[in-house]
Ligand binder design. Structure first.
Ligand code: CA2
Length: 157
């Protein structure tokens, strides 16, 4: 249904949508390894982001996949749909994926890298980020708050 002057339905095509993309195993968040990743589930984080987004006049499109190609497709979709920005926690693909690096470089939509933990304080194989090397900026180490801080950064772009 088209928006009318009496319709409070947000206009999600007007550059106010922030894609929040989550990579492999993040569907398990809150169920395993709470000491590293916290006890919030991905649904909890989506709820927090939606509340803050409402205050900021933004909209959240939150997705998760265990498949690298889905994340690539969604980065392309973010650009094609005129999204304001992308927050991406690519999980372990952060440290391996040239495809995600290339996709981030290929789109004009600003991409902000998010991590719950701080990979630089962990195993050496987590110190290299193919996502971070292409992203506008990175936020890591603040648990679920990393996502909220990323949304604040996106709002200011
Ligand atoms: O700290 C982050 O947000 C990470 O992106 C999480 C990834 C890890 O490979 C990155 O180095 C840093 C792992 C996500 C796996 O999530 C789990 C959640 C619950 C239980 C087990 C894994």
């Amino acid at each position: 249904m088209p928006a009318t002057s009496q319709d409070n339905t947000p206009d999600v095509s007007a550059g106010t949508t922030v894609f929040v993309l989550n990579g492999p195993n993040l569907n398990l968040l809150g169920m395993r390894e709470p000491a590293i990743y916290g006890s919030d589930t991905l649904d909890d984080i989506a709820g927090m982001l939606e509340d803050r987004a409402r205050e900021l006049g933004l909209h959240i499109d939150m997705r998760q996949s265990n498949h690298e190609g889905h994340l690539v497709d969604w980065l392309h979709e973010a650009q094609a749909s005129g999204a304001k920005a992308v927050l991406i926690n690519a999980g372990a693909y952060t440290h391996t994926s040239v495809a995600l690096h290339d996709a981030i470089k290929a789109i004009r939509t600003p991409v902000i890298e998010i991590h719950l933990s701080n990979p630089h304080t962990r195993e050496p194989f987590r110190h290299k980020s193919f996502v971070g090397m292409a992203a506008k900026g990175s936020i890591a180490g603040f648990g679920a708050r990393s996502y909220l801080l990323g949304l604040e950064a996106a709002a200011g772009l």
